[in-house]
Design a binder for this molecule. Structure first.
Ligand code: HDE
Length: 740
């Protein structure tokens, strides 16, 4: 407040105005600002000042307007009489409706549907000799935010579609924010980012009717892919089980491009990033994925949030494949700048450099998961980009897209995007500016703000671009010849899979091409498959009812990479879900013993019964029911135990109102469906002797792999646990009908 008022009140003699001061008088330098955060006099969420950031936004005592005015009524608009028109002067109504009208922001042009989580990354320090990135030094812990996503679907689309998954990690390091914006597939559709609008326009719904949503099984996608052979590599991964992960928690992640590490001495090493899930790598089967899209379109999102809420924190090890930074940037004949190529782990092992644990769900989806803004150009000292032409275009695109998506250039000030390192930039003004910048000289050089802020040298953590020597070159629109091989790694991938995984690939191509109307597109894609593998091509052609074409290219063979297959390994069982079909006539003591044994193994047992509530007496050995026949579907479970003793009457036709387990009654068709699906999807099934008839009702032969029967609950649980470790009973999958 001015000491003396300068306001002139008519009739009162005005005092002399205070002498004006020169506003730009040089003065002592201002101390650097700790960060851009505006002081919070009151919580912007309306929670009591001083409450933790996670306090509920609605916990303040009185409802107010955005200006803090207390409200006495928010249910009735201001009207000219109770039956009269609403008055324009109703400022509360207008504020409430106007804000609502603008609640949505544009969804991401790709990767619109996603789920996020907070966590921490702990570095092993094993990479400290090849990078000077502070967060990769030994035992450094760095907060992270991760967003998983699908690529093609809209924000409200289903989770378990066949698609690539995004795997973006924001490391809030002391040296600035580092973003690793990767996918669950290590190769990409295109070699040069200039084609990104083409592949995305082809994959998105058709522009006339806007269908199909979140699908690649349509003409425009396969039109582009079949005309554009460099996309065959990524498409092959999509058609494999990798395209339908069981959970975000069971996906690998890849940085895709080759990046460059720089150590304290300035020595550079080329690296490829890998995230390895400690939970194991698992996928759905296609029919399961399709059912889930209807039963629970939020399957992956729910799975991630539930696991974190239950304290089963998912973990990934971060690893790198390392390559000498040679002049030609080739490794074993693979061009490290070609993003449609991967380097088999057998040629360059993945070396672990740290572990990430996701341990907290977002408090608010919009504020955090929707507004988080990743950018491959968010780098820290010790990590730099390469000349991969896909990465180079991404370096432009991500910053650009946030400006329209988040409404201006100040998105770094949104809480989830705020660096946790001191920020001292000279970026000013713009839409949604939150900071109140002091000082008079947001430019360099300046004398008015004492020359502040100063430039840093490498010794105090400046990012120094690698002084890369570039070969004399011609300005041209052209790829190097080493980008020309579009088939050898597609073949390498296919031939590295187990027979059952190859069958899934065959079925996926047959499904997707079967959804294309244009015969010429199907034929052209078959011609591409002929160059990949004759058996694959013939099987898909058979399924489509078309002749199999001959190969047109001489494609070199390479050694298979067993690391690519998900079959034949075992994984931890913690967090897997088992359904126990039971009813009032079940041996409830045995059901409870099984629940206890599953629980002890870290497996989640869910009891499925004809109706909710309790089986037996609530406080006397009863069993709580978590799912009913109406709410359960086999797709939620990794294995099923049949504890219902009911023998379906041999001559009773199953009817919808039949009660499962009723002595002498027909088996409930929903219980039968649950069992047949679990069987078809190669899941382990366990029974007590009494459950045998239920299996018979579902047409499940007892003497097949993965059907276990035991006298007591503990041995049953231990046999099922062993089967769960392999994820599925792989040998139960029938050979592809197209191959038969
Ligand atoms: Fe992206 N990509 N992309 N992309 N991408 C976006 O950025 C783009 C590419 C990836 O959870 C957009 O903020 C171009 C490869 C993920 O918020 C956009 C090219 C890889 C996410 C964009 C690529 C990715 C995105 C849309 C070719 C794997 C989700 C919204 C040059 C290494 C990030 C946004 C999140 C998002 C552009 C290729 C992964 C438009 C131009 C290769 C995981 O900027």
């Amino acid at each position: 407040m001015p000491e003396e008022s300068n306001i002139h009140i008519p009739g009162v003699p005005a005092s002399e105005p205070a002498s004006l001061q020169e506003p730009t008088t040089p003065r002592e330098p201002l101390p650097p600002k700790p960060d851009q955060q505006a002081p919070e006099a009151v919580s912007p969420t309306g929670s009591p000042t001083g409450a933790p950031a996670t306090a509920r936004a609605q916990s303040g005592q009185y409802l107010t307007t955005a200006q803090g005015l207390r409200l006495g009524d928010t249910d009735h608009s201001l009207k000219a009489g109770s039956r009269g028109p609403i008055l324009l002067q109703d400022h509360h109504l207008r504020e409430k409706i106007t804000h609502f009208d603008h609640e949505r922001i544009p969804e991401r042009v790709v990767h619109a549907r996603g789920a996020g989580a907070h966590g921490v990354f702990r570095s092993y320090g094993t990479a400290a000799n090849i990078t000077r990135a502070g967060f990769l030094a030994k035992d450094v812990e760095t907060p992270v935010f991760v967003r998983f996503s699908t690529v093609l679907g809209s924000r409200g689309s289903a989770d378990t579609v066949r698609d690539t998954r995004g795997f973006s990690t924001k490391f809030y390091t002391d040296e600035g924010t580092y973003d690793l914006v990767g996918n669950n597939i290590p190769v990409f559709f295109i070699q040069d980012g200039i084609k990104f609008p083409d592949i995305i326009h082809a994959g998105k719904p058709h522009p006339d009717r806007e269908i199909p949503q979140a699908q690649s099984a349509h003409d425009t996608f396969w039109d582009f892919v079949s005309l554009h052979t460099e996309a065959q590599a990524h498409t092959m991964w999509n058609m494999s089980d990798r395209g339908i992960p069981r959970s975000y928690r069971t996906m690998e992640g890849f940085g895709v491009h080759t990046f460059r590490f720089i150590n304290a001495e300035g020595k550079t090493t080329l690296v490829k990033f890998h995230w390895k899930p400690k939970q194991g790598v698992h996928s759905l089967v296609w029919e399961e994925a399709q059912i889930i899209n209807g039963m629970d379109p939020d399957f992956h999102r729910r799975d991630l949030a539930d696991a974190i809420e239950a304290g089963a924190y998912p973990e990934w090890e971060l690893g790198v494949q390392t390559f000498p930074d040679t002049e030609n940037q080739m490794f074993e004949g693979i061009d490290l700048l070609d993003p449609t190529k991967f380097v088999p782990e057998e040629l360059a092992p993945v070396q672990p450099i740290g572990v990430m644990t996701l341990n907290a769900n977002p408090t608010n989806y919009f504020a955090e998961t929707e507004q988080v803004a990743f950018h491959p150009g968010h780098l820290v000292p010790g990590i730099d980009v390469t000349n991969d032409p896909l990465l180079q275009v991404r370096l432009f695109s991500y910053l650009d897209t946030q400006i329209s998506r988040l409404g201006g250039p100040n998105f770094a000030q949104i809480p989830i995007n705020r660096p946790q390192a001191p920020v001292n930039d000279m970026l000013r003004d713009g839409m949604h500016q939150q900071a109140v910048h002091g000082g008079a000289a947001p430019y360099r050089p300046n004398s008015l703000d004492g020359g502040c802020p100063f430039l840093a040298g490498q010794d105090v953590g400046a990012f120094i671009d690698v002084p890369e020597e570039l070969a004399a070159s011609i300005k041209e629109r052209k790829n190097p010849a080493s980008f020309d091989d579009h088939f050898s790694q597609v073949r390498l991938f296919f031939r590295s899979l187990s027979p059952v995984e190859r069958d899934h690939v065959i079925q996926a191509y047959t499904f997707e091409l079967g959804k294309c109307y244009e015969k010429s597109i199907r034929e052209r894609q078959l011609a591409a498959l002929a160059n990949v593998d004759a058996e694959l091509c013939a099987a898909v052609a058979k399924g489509l009812g078309l002749p199999a074409p001959e190969a047109t290219e001489q494609v070199p063979d390479s050694d298979p990479s067993p690391a690519l297959s998900q079959v034949g390994k075992t994984w931890p069982v913690a967090g897997r879900v088992v359904g126990i079909l039971a009813d009032g006539d079940s041996d409830l003591a045995a059901v409870n013993a099984a629940r206890k044994a599953f629980d002890a193994a870290g497996i989640v047992p869910l009891v499925i019964a004809p109706a909710g509530g309790f089986l037996g007496a609530e406080n006397d050995g009863g069993v709580p029911v978590q799912r009913t026949y109406l709410t359960a579907r086999s797709t939620e479970f990794d294995a099923v135990v049949v504890a219902a003793p009911a023998a379906p009457a041999p001559d009773a036709a199953p009817g919808l109102d039949a009660k499962a387990g009723a002595p002498g009654g027909a088996a409930d068709p929903r219980a039968v469906l649950l069992l047949t699906e679990a069987y078809r999807h190669a899941k382990a099934i366990g029974t007590w002797d009494s459950g045998a008839e239920a299996l018979a009702a579902a047409g499940i032969p007892r003497e097949t792999p993965g059907i276990v029967s035991a006298g007591d609950a503990e041995s049953l649980v231990s046999e099922l646990t062993a089967l769960l470790a392999a994820h599925r009973v792989w040998e139960r999958f029938p050979a592809s009908p197209a191959r038969a």
